[in-house]
Design a protein around this ligand. Structure first.
Ligand SMILES: [Zn+2]
Length: 273
């Protein structure tokens, strides 16, 4: 029978903590390592709804992509948002573990799941942890030639539905054959996408000024890379099924994946353009 400690050991082998960014806080945040685990739920965000859903599914352990507590916390009182999650989990005997930037970076991790889902032939990380490494931030690769308009539609089709959908910047009829992806907030990697020479860069949370600067610079050449902006949580959710399957193979536990959409935006009013 597996324990919380056994699942943690599996996760630390599969998603080595040394691959996490310095600012990150992956690992076990709630739970007793000695407790037996029969069912593990996977989700992107440890929201209260996700915690309740995991408990309703009979989970003894919840593995999320995002840590519940990333910065200094001085209280887990039940009338705070994070505290409510902690109390709900502890009260129902459910542990919480996060595999975050370490899960982004690994071979077969979050970035790779996104790349494969949108049909890329993956060549390697956009930013390897060291030259030649199979681990690192984002992925670059190729796709069968398609227009930017069709490529954005394909990305929208493979991601879970969100209110914001998918935005793109560039000539809709421009051709895309090479792509860089970074799951989640990849705005700080625009420069790497430009240097890699890809036709399109797919990521989430792109801010006005970096995106504008990149488009202005692209306009001086061939207009590339085009930018494709997706939902943060949706872009990371494609990893969950594979991770759940790997854990169920490795240990004597059953696994399942949250059905909740944790994108914070709930409505969309299209502009007339
Ligand atoms: Zn994220």
């Amino acid at each position: 029978m597996a324990t919380v400690a056994d699942v943690v050991a599996w996760a630390d082998r599969r998603y080595p903590p040394k691959l996490a960014e310095d600012w990150d806080a992956p690992g076990l945040s709630v739970g007793d390592p000695r407790r037996v685990v029969r069912h593990v739920r996977f989700a992107v965000d440890p929201t209260i709804a996700v915690a309740r859903e995991a408990i309703a599914a009979g989970a003894d352990m919840l593995i999320t992509h995002h840590p519940l507590m990333l910065r200094g916390v001085t209280t887990v009182a039940a009338n705070t948002a994070q505290g409510a999650v902690v109390h709900t989990l502890i009260g129902n005997g459910c542990a919480l573990f996060a595999a975050h930037t370490n899960a982004d970076a690994v071979d077969g991790g979050v970035a790779e799941a996104l790349a494969l889902a949108i049909g890329m032939n993956v060549e390697g990380p956009l930013v390897p942890v060291e030259p030649g490494s199979v681990d690192g931030t984002g992925r670059i690769g190729t796709i069968a030639p398609t227009s930017l308009r069709e490529f954005a539609a394909r990305v929208a089709a493979v991601l879970p539905a969100t209110a914001g959908g998918v935005l793109f910047a560039g000539n809709p009829d421009g051709m895309v054959t090479s792509v860089a992806v970074v799951g989640g907030s990849g705005g700080s990697f625009i420069g790497d996408a430009v240097s890699s020479g890809v036709d399109a860069f797919v990521t989430a949370d792109l801010r006005h000024h970096p995106a504008t600067d990149a488009r202005e610079a692209a306009a001086l050449t061939d207009g590339k890379p085009y930018l494709v902006s997706v939902s943060h949580s949706a872009s990371e959710s494609l990893w969950l099924e594979g991770a759940a399957g790997e854990l169920a193979q490795a240990l004597d536990v059953t696994t399942s994946v949250s059905t909740l959409n944790t994108d914070p935006w709930t409505g969309h009013a299209p502009s007339t353009i």
